[in-house]
Each structure stands twice: as C-alpha cells, then as structure tokens.
Design a protein around this ligand. Structure first.
Ligand SMILES: [Zn+2]
Ligand SMILES: [Zn+2]
Length: 414
C-alpha cells in the first residue's frame, strides 16, 4: 500500500465514523416540536407562477398565454407562433397554431370542446403547422364540437385559407377513415371562414360581446393579416407576421396588450444563424420586423404593455434584443417565452411564467358522447387479416377481467 492509498483509507474511515455519529445524534433529537414554528407547512398565500387549470378568471379579466413564441423550426424550449386568449365570459380563442404549439395548448388543461375557434394570420407552417394535429388529435382526445377556423384569402383562390384547408381535409383521408365507427365524429368537422385579406379594420367575428377585426399585414406575398380583439373595454392586438405598416399604426393604438413580432436582430441572424449580411437585412427588416422597428411601432401606438416574440429567446440573445428595442422605446415591454402568461384587467396587468405538468392527460369531454354509427371505412383485406395473431390465452382473460370489473359481457371479435 503506498502513502496515498493509506491516506485515502484513513480519511474514508474518518468520514464514515463522523457520518454515523451525526446520524446517531439526529435520531435522538426531538425534531417535530423544535421546527413547527420555523417552517410552516401551509400553502403559500400568493403565487408568482401560473399553474394551468388552477385559477378562475374574474368576469372582467382577460388571460393571454404564449403557446408558441419561436421560429419555423420548433425546439423543446419554444414552439412556433401560437397565442391563447381566454376571457372572463368563458370564450377562448387561438391566434395562429404553429408547429409544436399543440402540446403547449394541451398543457393548459382545458377540455378540447372549449377551444373551438382558431384565427390564422397567414399560411406559413410556423403559423398553422399544428392545425391538423390539433383538429384530429383533439377529436380523438375528446373534442365533440366542430373546429371553427378563420383565415385570409390569398392573391389567388389557390393561395387562400379555404383552399388550403380543403386540401388538408383530403390529405388526412386515411386518418379520418380509421376513426369511422370508433369515435364520436362531431369534432371531425372543420368550419372554415375565409375573409378578404385586404379588409381594413373590418369585423370578421362578433359573438358574446367579443369583436375581432382584421387589418392587412405585409409579409412575403399578399394574403397575410393581423388581428384586433376587443371585449369588455379591453383591446388585444396580434400581428402574426408583418413588416411595419400603416394599418398597425392606425388601428392598434391604445391596446391593452399589443403582441407584435420582433424578429431576431440582423446582427444575431448573422452570428447565430449564419445568414449572409444581405439575407439578414432582407429577412430581418423587410420580410419581418427587427427589434428596433418593433420599438418604433410601440413608441407610436403606446400600448399598456408591448409584447415581442418570434425569436430564439435565450440568455445571450435577449440582452441584445432588449438593447435594440430600448434604443427607440422606453414603455412597458416583455419579450415572451413559451408559457409566459398575462392576466389583464382595466386596472392591472400581471405577467408570470407557468409551471407545466408534463404528464397531463386530456381533460374529459364536456358533452355526453353519442352512439357511433357503423364504420364506413373498408375492413381489413384478406391478406392483412391472414396476419393477425389472436393469442386467445392472453387476450381472453383481459376481456374477462374488464367485463367482471364493469358488469359487462363484451366478446372479442371473431
Ligand atoms: Zn410568416
Ligand atoms: Zn412566422
């Protein structure tokens, strides 16, 4: 044994003896009484974090949840564009439904029946890439109401929302057919309303005291829009994607919450995303709105709270984004992360992050399920049927146990 090994052994013995001594002393101490007045075991009185599904909305309150604040390629930290608006009258609205946002919506623990209104700002995949998943996945997970979708026309009929969603329905023919005869299909219905993308501050939705207007956006080609929702004296403006434009300046003034894209600054497009200088300038200031341009828009429209989104919001990008925006705008400002939540009344605006339960199950439907008509889809072919292994010695006891537990008498198909 060399000197070092001997030393390590001696030290090890000493530490073990020391730990045993502490453990022995701990067992003998009367701990419960000594600690009760120093460490209260009751719940905290106020929460700095939002736990979805645990807070009632006041009748005059609006809650806005960022369900996607990132870029066309979603990442674990940020889905692509999606904003949930919940109102004290019970109404809920989705603005955009970009790739990856469905799971953020699911994390809100809201029964799918209640989220049946979607407004699409334009047809980029980072603004409607999860529509199919939310529509059909939501149906298998208990939505029993049709999904209503509003979206803009395009410069030609083939580039409009109605055409795109008609093709989407066709694209999902196999998925839809597989549900036939199995699930209550009322939620499989898409109700699409296409409106004129050139409409300026025109009403496209008016129900239950909620008015939603649309204004043109300037983004890529004709056919993008922004939205303005008004209810109970509160005004929510949402840009979707747009370069700075006159309609936004004219119609979103005095918003309570003004959510506008603030794209990754051109310097960051070069350093982080390896754009060329020309690409960064065109994408960052012409196709989109840079943080300085965002700051300019907010300094003119003066919302109660300005919210920027649509960039990778990280420890090293956020300080640059803030520095850029603050060159122009010194009012109330948040650069949102996924799950940032805003509670808005006429008197207060509260901004928090959410604590998310990653293991949620879908909430049960709010309506009774209806009997499902017989399947209209073609049965398995003889070829596929010939491959089935029934394992009756395994399956029959499963059916017996479930029948016994529920007082039923179901038999496996022949
Ligand atoms: Zn876009
Ligand atoms: Zn976008």
């Amino acid at each position: 044994m060399n000197v070092r090994i001997v030393l390590a052994f001696v030290l090890g013995v000493a530490v073990t003896v020391g730990l045993l001594a502490v453990w022995t002393i701990g067992v003998d101490m009367p701990m419960a009484e000594a600690r009760s007045d120093r460490s209260p075991a009751k719940a905290a009185s106020t929460l700095d974090v939002y736990y979805p599904g645990t807070e009632k909305l006041a009748p005059d309150e609006m809650r806005v949840v960022a369900c996607g604040t990132g870029m066309p390629s979603p990442r674990p930290k940020q889905a692509a564009a999606c904003w949930l608006v919940e109102l004290g009258n019970g109404d809920k609205f989705l603005f955009d439904l970009g790739a990856g946002s469905h799971e953020r919506i699911a994390a809100q623990k809201i029964p799918y029946d209640y989220i049946d209104k979607v407004f699409l700002g334009h047809l980029h995949v980072d603004h409607f890439g999860d529509l199919g998943s939310f529509w059909l996945g939501g149906t298998t997970m208990n939505r029993l109401t049709p999904l209503r979708v509003w979206g803009p026309s395009g410069p030609t009929p083939e580039l409009g929302t109605a055409h795109a969603l008609k093709l989407m329905e066709k694209m999902y023919a196999w998925d839809i057919d597989t549900r036939s005869g199995v699930i209550d299909a009322r939620g499989m219905v898409l109700k699409v309303t296409e409106f004129d993308y050139k409409a300026v501050n025109k009403i496209i939705f008016q129900e239950n005291g909620v008015t939603i207007r649309t204004i043109p956006a300037i983004h890529a080609i004709d056919g993008a829009v922004s939205f303005i929702l008004e209810w109970n004296g509160l005004k929510f403006s949402y840009s979707s994607d747009t370069a700075p434009n006159k309609w936004w300046l004219e119609h979103t003034r005095n918003s309570d919450i003004s959510i506008h894209e603030s794209f990754l600054a051109p310097s960051l497009l070069v350093s982080k995303q390896k754009f060329t200088a020309k690409e960064a300038l065109i994408v960052g200031t012409i196709a989109h709105t840079s943080p300085q341009q965002f700051g300019k828009l907010m300094s003119i429209t003066k919302p109660r709270l300005a919210v920027g989104y649509h960039f990778q919001n990280d420890f090293d990008t956020l300080p640059i984004m803030l520095e850029e925006a603050r060159k122009i705008y010194d009012g109330p400002l948040v650069f949102a992360q996924d799950y940032t939540v805003f509670n808005i009344t006429k008197d207060t605006i509260r901004v928090r992050e959410s604590a998310i339960d990653e293991a949620i199950f879908p909430e049960p439907p709010t309506k009774p399920k209806q009997p499902v008509p017989p399947a209209t889809s073609p049965p398995f072919s003889k070829f596929i049927s010939s491959g089935i292994e029934k394992f009756p010695e395994v399956v029959d006891p499963i059916w017996d146990a479930i029948n016994k537990a529920h007082g039923t008498n179901h038999k496996p198909p022949e």
